[in-house]
Design a protein around this ligand. Sequence first.
Ligand code: NAD
Ligand code: UGA
Length: 431
Amino acid sequence: MSKIGVIGAGYVGLTTAACFARLGHTVVCADVDEAKVAALSRAEVGAHEPGLAELVGEGLRAGRLRFVSGNAEALSGVDFVFLCVPTPTGVDGAADLTAVHAVLREARDAVAPGCVLVIKSTVPAGTTERVAELVGRPDVQVVSNPEFLREGHAVDDFLRPQRVVVGAEAEEAAHRVVGLYARTGAPALVTGSASAELVKYASNCFLAMKLSYVNSLAELCERVGADISDVTEGMRLDDRIGASFLEPGPGWGGSCFPKDTRALLSTADEAHVDFPLLRATIGTNGHQPHRVVSMVRDAVGPLAGARLGLLGLTFKAGTDDLRDSPALAVAALLAEEGAKLTGYDPCVSTDCGPVRVLDSPEAVAEGADGLVVLTEWPEFAELDWPNLAAAMTRPIIIDTRNLLPGDKVTEAGFHLIALGRPAQPLIQDQN
Ligand code: NAD
Ligand code: UGA
């Protein structure tokens, strides 16, 4: 078993630290955020991530996991250092590597001979090789080991990964990193560092491309009388296409797809490679919130003064993360047109920009001119529809996640508009 330092105790760093401790390694996890370190040392995990708090508690009790503020302890006296610091969008969409560089500058003088520096943060192709020069220690190898976990499934994805990818110029160091995951039983791919770095962007951007494709297809379905659920069901049966990432929605969001698509485009621009598919993937996604707003406008009428209830605010179900949430992008546009917004989300309790957050779907429906489902929380499919319809000024509901049971909702008197389905005539038109 190895001694591991993890730098950054965010979604990736905390999961990495807690899961390596579970796999039997001894881990010191460092962060610059002292309040976070203090809370984690008491096993208080802020993020809504199934199983993570339990693993943190287990690691602390077993003495295999410690949290420290300041990076010194996590850099010295360990066999591996995992960098899990943010790489946000920087100038012209490129990844901002300030935090990665800062940690490597600290590591240069602090790490022991033979230590392997592992870059888990998502970084552009070529970074690992370049920073190895910056570290300038022939006795220390720098290795790329991108992370593929999904928020809301982080622990499971880490402990049961579909693949472990490690990229390095020094194969021996790469194999040492692969060895850390031995107990997961996952297949490992060892490549050069630029290839490993690109696997990460290629995967995220491919998934984003699939979603933009399906979102445009949903728009087409509405115009030609097709149903996107039937169309994607037919596509799913083809193994070559694959069954997942075919659900249309208000756009893809979160802390990674938006920044990683832009970063890959920036890498392509720098390398003088035209990548129109990626540009279109991003452009199509930018259009989604506007499209949702026009669906709402078509159903509800002029938005100035309209009272709208939003169901779901996080960027997807199963997480409390609001970063780059399409729901908030839709909310901002609705508010710009003068709509009065309330919202309910099982993981959000404080107001978000223009959205007054209430504590139940019923409270959000009270007196509303329309409801808009923006996040696919399963509980939204099981609401008391007659009760909600009765509470509203006008029982109109726009389902951007195709989550609701259409029959029950319409039987309760709702006018339901679902993404990618032929529009139904408005209730007043039927009379
Ligand atoms: P995060 O914002 O949740 O956490 C980053 C942590 O690093 C914060 O706690 C911050 O205080 C700390 N930090 C910042 N600078 C530091 C420094 N110099 N020294 C020590 N700590 C520092 O970020 P995240 O979501 O965990 O993402 C980290 C990286 O992993 C990014 O490159 C991201 O693209 C990548 N990634 C994220 C996910 C995900 O689902 N969130 C999945 C795969 C890869
Ligand atoms: C994504 C990837 O799935 C992870 O493999 C990767 O590690 C991570 O980014 C990262 O690099 O940070 P995550 O951001 O947690 O994970 O979210 P996803 O589950 O991929 O969803 C992304 C967005 O696509 C969400 O807004 C979600 O609602 C949307 N989506 C997803 C759809 O609209 N339809 C679908 O069928 C699937």
